[in-house]
Design a protein around this ligand. Structure first.
Ligand SMILES: Nc1ncnc2c1ncn2[C@@H]1O[C@H](COP(=O)(O)OP(=O)(O)OP(=O)(O)O)[C@@H](O)[C@H]1O
Length: 454
């Protein structure tokens, strides 16, 4: 089961939140901050606590919680930046002038804004950061960076980089750069305003050898440390299995589950295709999948009801399959994004799911919209979790991980995958192809360059 966070119990969190939000010398003059740290150092937990304290101090609407992608936004009950700032994905890089109509739309969301939080800032395209600056300057009628709004990014730049491949700290290029220089020349060099604050205590992995091995893997120094190399090598399965033989991959997972009852495991693969092969294989074994399409709602039916941002997804489900919640439904009961369970029954209009350690719940469809709130639908807030890809695992905590490594490539992948686990001893990799476990060297250099204010 994913552990429930009570960050208030950690005095460090309140200290950071107070430091960010209480009107002191720092907060009186807006600031840009990166709260970073290895996986499991409580970045998301700190964000939640900062939001709580910030809202207490400044009131509702003062703190906006956003993320570059919906899957990260949902982890912290936030919104995507596109939706919050009403910047359509296709308009990113256009540096449009703020119209009166758009200003009116934004007034409700931004009228009281003091601090903008960006979860998983490592996934942010720098063009979008420049667009935000341009928008805020117009909206708040201020030439100060971000229109005088403080921006706090949370994330680990050494996990997965943005989908577009351009790191958040890099200067933007090509057409977007030309547009920016013509229409928003002051939205340059924004990243240079950011200082970093490093979280150091790892709450997820407590064993010191495991923590130090992951720390070395994170910065690409695992190959020069024999203890780390030995430990990582010991995770390799005796046979080199691939998704061409899904039955062999699942046999490894089942062995781990049998040997460690009560522990939850995530089976991960690097590509969507490999993940789909694994999920389809397992569903096929369990029976004939039922297809559940989203139920489309017309804008007139929607009225004032709140719809969550989400991805349009058709579900293929079989009773008995492993599923994962993709939204925070009830924090008190532990029904949070990432909670794993077994689908017991597909009812008319609901699903019965037994969540590990929590019991059985009836889950109705959730209401969703796209980022720009032009399309509305209802769908169950779950996905099949027999296997998951590394991207979708970001932010999650489980006991152990079985990682298919045969098509591994891309910076930070193995680190992101293995660092989901509380216990490296409960992890398995199918191939020790360590030469393909790449590090984001540019991000590492950038972290070392940034002024440290911790
Ligand atoms: N103060 C705390 N006390 C106890 N457990 C905590 C605390 N803060 C975080 N945790 C637990 O540690 C785990 C990791 O926390 P969190 O997801 O906030 O870390 P993170 O730095 O955002 O990780 P990632 O980079 O992998 O997303 C979670 O299971 C969380 O419940």
């Amino acid at each position: 089961m994913i552990s429930v966070i009570y960050p208030q119990s950690d005095p460090m969190f309140s200290r950071i939140a107070t430091w960010c939000c209480i009107p002191n010398k720092r907060a009186c003059s807006p600031f840009c901050l990166l709260i970073h740290g290895a996986a499991g150092t409580g970045k998301s937990a700190v964000l939640r606590e900062c939001r709580r304290i910030g809202e207490q101090i400044y009131g509702a609407g003062s703190v906006a919680v956003t993320a570059p992608v919906a899957s990260a936004a949902v982890l912290v009950d936030g919104r995507t930046i596109h939706s919050f700032a009403q910047i359509a994905p296709k308009a990113v890089g256009e540096f449009e002038i703020l119209t009166t109509i758009k200003r009116r739309c934004l007034e409700k969301m931004m009228g009281a804004l003091k601090v903008l939080f960006i979860e998983e800032i490592g996934l942010l395209d720098p063009v979008l950061l420049a667009e935000l600056d341009h928008l805020f300057k117009q909206f708040f009628d201020s030439s100060a960076p971000f229109g005088g709004i403080s921006v706090v990014g949370f994330g680990d730049l050494l996990q997965l980089p943005p989908f577009g491949g351009m790191n958040v700290f890099e200067d933007i290029k090509s057409l977007a750069a030309e547009n920016r220089d013509k229409k928003a020349p002051s939205s340059r060099n924004l990243w240079s305003l950011f200082e970093r604050y490093e979280l150091k205590k790892n709450f997820r992995t407590r064993d010191s050898l495991h923590t130090s091995t992951l720390a070395l893997l994170r910065i690409g120094a695992h190959r020069t440390d024999s203890d780390a190399m030995r430990l990582l090598k010991s995770l390799e399965t005796p046979r080199d299995v691939t998704t061409d033989h899904p039955e062999e991959v699942f046999a490894i997972l089942e062995d781990m589950e049998k040997a460690n009852p009560g522990k939850d495991f995530l089976l991960m693969a690097p590509t969507n295709r490999q993940t789909a092969i694994l999920n389809d294989y397992k569903l096929g074994k369990l029976g004939h999948p039922t297809t559940l399409e989203p139920i489309v709602k017309s804008p007139s039916e929607v009225g004032q009801k709140y719809f969550y941002e989400g991805e349009w997804e058709t579900l293929h489900l079989v009773a008995g399959c492993k599923v994962m919640l993709t939204r925070n439904l009830n924090q008190k009961k532990g029904l949070v994004n990432g909670s794993m369970g077994i689908l017991k029954k597909i009812n008319k209009g609901s699903l019965t799911i037994r969540f590990d350690g929590l019991g059985e719940f009836t889950i109705p469809r959730s209401k969703y919209s796209n980022e720009m709130r032009t399309k509305f639908w209802e769908q169950y807030p779950i996905r099949v979790a027999e296997a998951t890809n590394i991207q979708k695992s970001q932010g999650l905590t489980v006991d152990g991980v079985v990682l298919v490594t045969d098509r591994i490539f891309g910076v930070g992948s193995v680190y992101t995958a293995l660092s989901r686990a509380k216990d490296l001893g409960l992890c398995r990799i199918t191939r020790f192809n360590v030469e393909r476990w790449y590090t984001n060297w540019a991000a590492l250099r950038e972290l070392r360059r940034m002024p440290d204010c911790s």
